[in-house]
Design a protein around this ligand. Structure first.
Ligand code: ADP
Ligand code: MG
Length: 352
């Protein structure tokens, strides 16, 4: 997978951490964030998965937990990245059969499940199309219809075979290639939160290229405040979410794209036609206690577009909330966050 994000995306979601003044804003770039009771977290910033990351853990084992978290990120990057030829995913894509680690197995299984649940709005077999559009190399290219169409025939999720007794994944279609870029960062933030818990950390937060997952509440007992960036106004927020124990994950076409002949093409592709998804949404934020799910669904609902996304929310058994920002600048949220999300914009609330 390749997670290419400009440094500016670090402020995609801005953590309003530990401000004694309600209106004060600290960006996620801040290394030692001051809280009301002056607790200083163990904190580390690093670059992995082609994005800037920051982990913060409060409490006695903070340093240890943060060091373990960084190690875990590097491990996951090395097994999942399509940009690394030695990764399990690269080997699977090349050889069409691969013995994989428990992490890769669990992510592929989850990806297949979510692909089916979203009627293929989420489809990890998108990789050949990502290559065709040049997103994997940054040699961007606008393909012709007759270059896209043949690739759509190699995206049948049922051609991914899983043999858990051998820890093996294989493809029944030898043109198939997968990319876990739409789900792996959420999985990674969830695993970091697990590491925090194992190390008895009660309060912490992880920012992976703008995606945020928080553990517990802030050390002073108040809720974390997560600012959701306005995709069309870099210094503005769509709103602020006050929360605990949640992943807050955003997908948007503004994050990674290129412009050719005045037209902008972004990196979230619609598996039904092979083109950048253009279904009336500018960004989708998913809020869930399950980071893996939140990441996969942020991409899925972005692909679905407003009506199908709302319909999916109403019918789905998955436990999540959403913030949709439409192409005509409307803000639509689900009822579960009505009391914890505030915005200067008008908000439409959708119930189950
Ligand atoms: P980001 O990784 O930029 O935060 P997403 O979570 O939405 O954003 O993931 C986008 C990435 O997922 C793309 O770069 C690509 O690797 C992959 N991808 C693109 N379209 C799809 C899709 N429809 N289903 C699954 N993965 C996709
Ligand atoms: Mg995603």
């Amino acid at each position: 997978m390749r997670f290419i994000k400009a440094f500016s995306v670090l402020i995609l979601i801005i953590m309003l951490v530990g401000c004694s003044n309600e209106n004060e804003v600290n960006t996620s770039k801040t290394t030692s964030t001051t809280t009301v009771n002056d607790a200083i977290p163990a904190s580390k910033e690093f670059f992995a998965m082609d994005t800037y990351m920051e982990v913060n853990a409060y409490g006695d084992n903070g340093e240890k937990a943060v060091a373990k978290a960084e190690k875990e990120v590097n491990k996951l990057d090395s097994i999942l990245s399509t940009g690394k030829s030695t990764s399990e995913i690269s080997k699977l894509n090349k050889n069409k059969k691969q013995v994989v680690s428990a992490d890769t197995m669990s992510l592929i299984k989850e990806s297949v499940k979510i692909s089916k649940a979203t009627n293929s709005a989420f489809n990890p077999t998108i990789y050949p199309l990502m290559e065709l559009w040049g997103f994997t190399t940054k040699n961007y290219y606008v393909p012709k219809d007759n270059e896209i169409k043949p690739l759509l025939n190699h995206m049948d999720i049922d051609n991914i075979k899983i043999d858990e007794s051998k820890n093996e994944v294989s493809f029944k279609d030898n043109k198939m290639k997968i990319d876990l870029g739409a789900i792996a960062k959420g999985y990674t933030s969830s695993k970091i939160i697990d590491i925090f818990k194992e190390n008895n950390i009660k309060s912490g937060m992880v920012t992976l290229g703008g995606n945020v997952q928080v553990l517990g509440k802030k050390p002073d007992g108040s809720l974390w405040k997560v600012g959701i960036q306005n995709p069309i106004g870099e210094d503005e927020y769509l709103g602020v979410l006050q929360t605990s124990d949640k992943a807050v994950i955003t997908s948007g076409g503004y994050e990674r794209n290129f412009t050719k002949n005045g037209k902008t093409y972004h990196h979230i592709l619609d598996p039904s036609n092979g083109y950048p998804a253009n279904n009336g949404l500018t960004s989708v934020t998913i809020i869930s206690s399950d980071g893996t799910l939140a990441d996969a669904l942020s991409t899925s609902l972005f692909v679905m577009g407003k009506d199908k996304a709302i319909d999916f929310y109403k019918k789905s058994n998955y436990n999540f909330d959403f913030i949709l920002y439409t192409s005509d600048n409307k803000l639509i949220i689900s009822e579960g966050i009505e009391d914890i999300f505030s915005s200067d914009l008008d908000i439409k609330v959708v119930s189950k």
